[in-house]
Structures are given as C-alpha cells and as structure tokens.
Design a protein around this ligand. Structure first.
Ligand SMILES: NC(=O)c1ccc[n+]([C@@H]2O[C@H](COP(=O)([O-])OP(=O)(O)OC[C@H]3O[C@@H](n4cnc5c(N)ncnc54)[C@H](O)[C@@H]3O)[C@@H](O)[C@H]2O)c1
Length: 326
C-alpha cells in the first residue's frame, strides 16, 4: 500500500493519546473516525481535539483557517464496525490491558478491509500478544508515540513476530507524511527503544538518590542541563564517536562495575509506593507537590515543549541530520 494514498483512518480510544492521534491525522489531511465507549466521552474527545488544534494555531504551527476544515474531517462514533469498515489505517489507543486489546484487534480483523494496516500504540505490551487472535498478524504493527505526541516528533514503529516488512515500511512512511520522525524497532522487546533507555536512566537516578549521591533536584538538573541540552543534536552513540571509543572503553571499565544493576524496582521506589507517594497526582513523589496546581503546571510544561520543538525545527531542519541517516 502506498502511504500517500491513505485517506481514511480510524482511532480506537478517544482518551489522552487518541485525541492527539485525531489531531495528527486530521492535520495530515486524513478523514478520521474516533471510537470510544460512550457519546459523552466522544464529546469530551472532540472538545480536546479542538483545544489542541487551537493551541497549534495560537503558536503559528497551523494556520487559523485550517482548524475548521481539519475538525470537519474528524467524527466520533461508538461503533467500531462503522468506524473501520472502509478504513485504510487504524491506530488503537485503548487502555493498556491485554485482554481488551486482543478483543479490539479481533474485531478489527473482522470488520476492517483485508488490506488495512492495524497499528497499536501500546507502550508496554507485546505486539505479537495483541495480534494473537488476528487472522492477518502480518498487518499488525506497533506505533509507539510519546505524549504530548502532537508535539514530540518520534514514533517507534515496532515489528511483531509476524509483521511484514511492507507494513512496517508503509507505516513509517505514513507517519512521516504526518510530520513525525519514525524509527524502526526490529524486535518485539519490552519497552521498545526509548523506554528501555529511560528505564536504565531512571534506575541509576533512583539509586543515586537512595544512596545519597545527589538530591532528586540535582540529579534532574544534571540530566536536563548537562546531558539533556545536547541530546537533540547528538545522540548517545554519536557522542561516543565524537569523544572517542577509547575513552568510552576506559569509562566502561571504571564506571560500569559501580552502576546499579537491580533486576526489580529499588527499595526506595517500593517504600514510596507503599506510602502512597506516587507522584504529582498524589501530591508527593520524588518531589513535594502539595499546594501546587498540577494541571496548570502540566499545561505550562506542554506549551514550553511546543515552543522548544518549534525553535529546534528552525535551527535544525530535517536535512541537517549530520550523520544520522544510517
Ligand atoms: N499516556 C501516555 O503518555 C501514553 C504514551 C504512549 C503510549 N500510551 C498507550 O496508549 C494507550 C492509551 O493511553 P491513554 O493514556 O490515551 O489512555 P486513556 O485512559 O486516556 O484513554 C483510553 C480510552 O480508551 C477508551 N476505551 C476503552 N475501551 C475501549 C473500547 N473497547 N473501544 C474503544 N475505546 C475504548 C476509554 O474510554 C478511554 O477514553 C495505552 O495503550 C497506553 O499504554 C500512552
């Protein structure tokens, strides 16, 4: 299938991620049918899509007169059958529960055209498990995004054990057409690419706090203002090449043996969870959030991220990828 000919799409689940998919696909010129379990939820989804497009228009990422036509391409329904009967591309964004996703994919297999691509936005389940009851598992593919995905460019296109090369290629080309930056995860590994790396960083960061090496604030400052600032320009492996693999080898010998290598959640994390300190939504996590307007702070961060990515796009056009075309 030619990615440029994809016009009819469906989004299954109109929650946090589904709303963003409706925005992304509508902005790319596709017709979008959003499916959720009630009209009330669909109404909320449509309002959020409107807000999201409005934010883009306010920041000049979308012409104001485009908002109306985009919205007219997006409709909601509680009928998965109606939404997918002529869909060419389906992105599933229901809750992260395997039996539910398996059920949804069984229905997608039944109702959608045989040539449709069936993508899942799962963040932690295996693509192969989700496709277990699908008669055409070669057309099931992962498409893992990062919230706020209307702004964050990356999508990990993930092979299940049976996914065909053609489906992965078309999916990657389609997301590229939607303005996203695809990478291919060739194996159905837990956490795909990004979350594996994030987990390794989070484990070491938690360990340093637990062992009194640095405070949570200083660990985060070190990540944001030290390693973080250059990451959009130079990835970790490219950075090793610039520094020299001989230096990396020496660091590996002296630092690796001292790194955290626990194979499960660290005691500090277990303690926090048992005290109900599960993060911003509970008022306490690594930081104290009591008395803070968490929703307002979240919106402010998302808006700043949008401005940051806009600035990055200006200084780093796509063809300015110095070595990373390999
Ligand atoms: N939230 C994130 O930051 C994030 C990032 C990457 C991937 N993901 C993945 O995306 C998926 C969706 O996450 P979310 O944060 O949008 O969840 P969410 O809870 O905000 O939205 C899920 C939506 O699916 C709907 N739903 C449930 N059963 C359904 C069904 N049978 N048919 C249609 N709709 C149904 C729910 O009513 C809800 O509106 C999950 O698999 C999650 O792991 C989430």
């Amino acid at each position: 299938m030619d990615a440029n000919r994809i016009e009819r799409t469906a989004v299954i689940g109109g929650g946090l991620m589904g709303v963003g998919f409706a925005h992304i696909l509508g902005q790319a010129g596709c017709q979008v049918r959003v499916v959720d379990v009630s009209d009330q939820l669909l109404e909320r989804s449509m309002q959020r899509v409107k807000d999201s497009l409005g934010l883009f228009a306010r920041h000049g990422l979308l012409a104001q007169d485009q908002v109306g036509p985009i919205l007219s391409r997006i409709t909601g329904t509680t009928s998965l059958q109606e939404a997918t009967r002529d869909a060419q591309f389906v992105i599933e964004a229901t809750v992260e529960e395997l039996p539910l996703k398996q059920d949804v994919f069984e229905k997608l297999d039944r109702y959608s055209p045989p040539e449709a691509i069936l993508a899942t936005n799962t963040s932690s389940l295996k693509v192969g498990d989700i496709a277990q009851r699908v008669g055409r598992p070669e057309r099931v593919v992962g498409s893992h995004f990062f919230y706020p995905h209307t702004v964050v460019p990356l999508v990990e296109v993930v092979y299940g054990p049976s996914t065909s090369d053609g489906v992965v290629e078309t999916t990657a080309a389609f997301w590229k057409r939607c303005g996203k930056a695809p990478v291919i995860c060739r194996k159905d590994v837990n956490g795909f690419i990004v979350n594996r790396i994030q987990a390794a960083i989070a484990r070491e960061a938690t360990s340093m706090v637990a062992n009194g090496v640095a405070s949570a604030g200083d660990v985060d400052r070190a990540i944001r203002l030290g390693m973080g600032v250059r990451l959009p320009l130079v990835g970790t492996l490219e950075q090793r090449d610039w520094g020299g693999l001989d230096i990396h080898y020496a660091a590996a010998q002296s630092v690796y043996p001292t790194l955290e290598n626990a194979t499960g959640p660290l005691p500090l994390l277990v303690e926090k969870i048992s005290r109900g300190e599960i993060g911003a939504k509970a008022g306490k996590g690594f930081y104290d959030w009591t008395g803070k307007d968490v929703n307002a702070l979240r919106l402010k961060k998302e808006e700043r991220l949008l401005l940051l990515i806009k600035a990055l796009k200006e200084i780093m056009p796509e063809d300015d990828d110095l070595v990373n075309n390999q």
